[in-house]
Design a binder for this molecule. Sequence first.
Ligand code: SAH
Length: 349
Amino acid sequence: MNRTDLLAWLTCGNEDELEILWQRADQVRQRYVGSDVHLRGLIEISNICSRVCGYCGINAANTALERYRMQSDEILECAREAYGYGYGSIVIQAGEDPGITKEWMSSLIRNIKEETGLAITLSLGERSGDELHAWKEAGADRYLLRFETSNRRLYDLIHPSLPGIVSDRIELLRRLRDMGYEIGSGIMIGIPGQTYDDLADDIEMFRSLDLDMIGVGPYIPHQATPLGASGAVHTVAECHQVPNTEAMTYKVVALTRLVCPLANIPSTTALATLNTASGREKGLNRGANILMPNMTPRKYRALYEIYPAKVCIDETAAECRSCMSHRILSIGRSIGQGRGDSPNRTRVA
Ligand code: SAH
């Protein structure tokens, strides 16, 4: 798939032609990663954040939001529950919370590993090399860090660097890979100011980073953010602006599968937010092979509001599990057993 093809698909509006793209993505998914859908239990352990990302509802400037950080025991309990459900891995996600210290996190990772043996994915933002090394050493297996957009100018506008430290997620992903993590990244689709050319660059960046996991979802405006309130920090001509739609998200999922056939690709919650009835299934039928049931205790869920109207806010972990299993089986796929390591990684190892 070359750049001209990528751009042609990204701008294609013909339903019949798009049917061909969905089918190709589904065939490539079947051939390279099979029919298993792996479940990752998502635990949102803290909504405390020191950054002021223009898109994200839990950014530090949102003073109206009540903040929480889960206790180690509570997190361990969620991990036990995930293990009990037969999930092979958990994703521990949070804002960039300085209260998540190197020592505290290391000991939590060790405890989870010791008790459950689950594969552990961290998604804790841009942390120091020292912390990331320590967490790998403690037993973490994977790290998720979306680069959000490969357009550097747009990235700087929506994701301001902290004083004295230039934010370079692409460089950090390379370092994470060298540390031995399976690496995951991704983007938001339809950020104000994002063009089709940017999106083609993003997909080519997935390929050149040789990612093991790739998550993409629509950008969903949040009123308590600079970007959501103003509508735009950077504008481009309407004909170049990528829409933040369901259809555009499927295109990126499908193209990502064609360009990175061995990657683990989730059908994301943000996508399900745009189409609660069948967004997850459509994502799975158009290239994705992973679902991330939410395991965050109910009392915290609504507080981890990175974007509004996140689905599953009122569900328990048990309800999420049965809903996900049902969706997987309803489209004739199977529930993956075991850790679900990225076939991209196992190929290299
Ligand atoms: N602090 C971590 C986790 C952030 S939340 C980090 O920065 O990596 C995980 C992802 O949610 C982000 O990487 C971003 O791509 C997505 N996200 C945040 N705000 C969003 C919004 N308004 N619409 C859609 N996705 C959003």
